[in-house]
Write a protein that binds this ligand. Sequence first.
Ligand code: GAL
Length: 819
Amino acid sequence: MKYTRKLNYKWLLLFLFCYISNAEAAEVLRFDSRWKFYLGDKGQEAIQPGYNDSDWRALDLPHDWSIEGAYEQTANGTDWQSGFLPAGIGWYRKTFSYDPDWNGKKVRIQFDGIYLNSEVWINGHSLGKRPNGYIGFEYDLTPYLKTGDNCIAVKVDQSKPLTGRWYTGSGIYRHVYLHVSSPVHIGYSGVYFNVDTFLPDKAVCSVDVSIVNPAEEMVQVVSCLLDKSGQTVARSSGTGNVVSGDKVEMEVVYPERWSPDNPFVYTLVCQLKKGETVVDEVRQPVGFRSLAFSPEFGFKLNGKVVKLKGVCDHHTAGAVGAAVPEDVLYYRLKLLKEMGCNAIRTAHNPFSPEFYTMCDTMGLMVLNEGLDGWNTPKAADDYGNYFEEWWEKDMTAFIKRDRNHPSVIMWSIGNEVYKSSAEIQCNLVNLFHSLDTRPVTQGGADPTRGMSVDYKKNFGSLDIVGFNGNGEEVGEFEKFRKNFPSVCAVATEVPHTYQTRGVYRTKTQWRRRDFPAPWEQGDPVKWDQFEKRVYPIPDLTDEEFFPEEAANPYYQSSYDNASVRISIRKSWQRTCSFPWLMGEFRWGSFDYLGEAAWPQRCGNFGIIDVAAMPKDAYFLYQSLWSDKPMVHLLPHWTHTRKEGQIVPVVVYTNCDSVELLLNGVSLGTQPYEGEQLVWKVPYKAGKIEARAKMGHEIVVTDLQQTASSPYTVAFSANKSVLRAGTGDVARLELGVVDKDGVLCPYASEELSFELEGSVRLLGVDNGDPVDMFPYKQPRCRTFRGKCVLLLQATDTPGTAVITVWSDKLKEKKITLDIK
Ligand code: GAL
């Protein structure tokens, strides 16, 4: 079943360039294009402007070199956690000409994220080092610039490759900007917007601006708020001339409230003026909403109880690795939004600035997590080695970068932290409280898991207790509630379930019993001890209907019956039954690279596969979380040589009732009462259809049909017109179909792609967790009938023609317009 919801993409684009100022004396330029890259260690001579880099590769940022490499079980130095792709050392250089307009101005460079251990030089002078790979930072170039050519050099040191418990990417994988302003300017992340009073008829907000002002010039801070049409709805009166920071106030009458249903953002314009001249300006999306957290009602947004329908997400995106183009990010967030998801946990690090801006404008709440572990490394070479020296600086940068976003509702200071101390926890919480008003939680800070604070006595300094896996265990929430009735709680990582797109098994699978995770092999807790801690999931049939799937132990069933401790359905029922629980963040949203044992490149935790194709669980969540009428049936209907055998047909819906029809004959109607609907159907080739009704009216339908042999390729695209020179991405989802256009659910065809015209290949993927092919090659094997092709517009307008061919299938030509 498909539908599209209109999301305000125009606003989104506006804010992606929100830094771009129109102040006369200030300019913010994207500094992504025309860099040189060398994979390997070049030594210090590469920092000098005159160094000959003519044999280095020319590329545009953002760039992730790991995702371009080949999978190797041991040769790359990365492991099952960080993903078997190459790490190493990489060098970047960019030579640029001095612009005479910069005379007398300040020129700063801003990096939104470099993975990992970067050092930056300008014309041979070191500007600084940054071990953290997820934090943005800026350096002042001014004292070192000269007329003529200037050179930025960046060394990225991922040579100790076990830096993450997931695939991290390597390189300058986020945007770079050049800020040109007067010497007196607004500091990096120097605007703090806060709503001090929020009533139905008015809101008073303050804007606290930090100013960098070496010559102590007299300046004035002026702020205003613009609505969507660009009209000024509030303006600060200004407090007169200042030389350092200033705080101004503004009053808005009848402010529009921000919420996931109405993601209304205002534009905050903050200016520095010298006399009548605007010398610097920052624009940011801001919003008005009230947040309340309590052990009685859980969570209220704008005075109304809202359950968090959340997912845990990693920052990478399959075939593009960590260098995620805005179109790809938008596509992913739109999928989640259309599923009915209202919240995302940034597991376990700061995400890109674009992510938060999209969440603001699309209406997704963010549980903003800054760290995984603390002072004790969890992966051998991770941030734990740098924590003591850097935590305060990095977390300060994180809070200041993100605290103006209306989407951010809570902070998380860590995830399943162990071998640490209550003192460190307290220092972290105090830092967050000193810089912001939102509450602080920690993933897996439940009483029985996580760091070794004495949880029997207290929960350390946290405002909200976050439950990970243990929250899924029989009776754990009840026990917590009984013992700690006045403590606020959220399920930061519940439930953990598994699925492989297009794979079905009718007998229940448990991780610990049937497909142990790498870290569970040899685990002393045996299944017979663990079994009593899980919520039973009955088998769908006595005999396995899909015995052939047992051949691959790395695939899990797409019925809601492959799990760690609890099914999706049971977990959500429990979450809804506890008014005190704010909601849940499931693990995970999309399959992500890493955290899987060879020969897997990813696990199956996602409800959407690594190529961003939804699994059946996506539709189960949609039935639970979305109000838009929907119906979805599974499994597919191509079960060769199984005529007459009983196949369980499962239907997810949020409508009143569903009628199931096989080849036009009704198999009966079932009312929807909050559980999945199941029909046991003797298999017969043809068409199986679910008709969902509200009252007596059919409102939506879904159909599965028996496929004959593969004939050609069908496709769907996120867009058919791309803008040249903008980084726009077309995502083509290709399916192998029979003569009647029916998807062949087992098709495994090697497709080749020929590209002509104004696009370049960004990546290919098929979602198969055990297919370790290079992402940048113009071919891809379909997995369960499908694969994905990502194409990026070049700088030249024109037409692009993509020819898809294989030995056995009829060729397909796809045309895109590049304007
Ligand atoms: C959790 C952990 C996540 C991920 C997940 C996989 O314990 O917090 O980062 O590792 O397990 O099951």
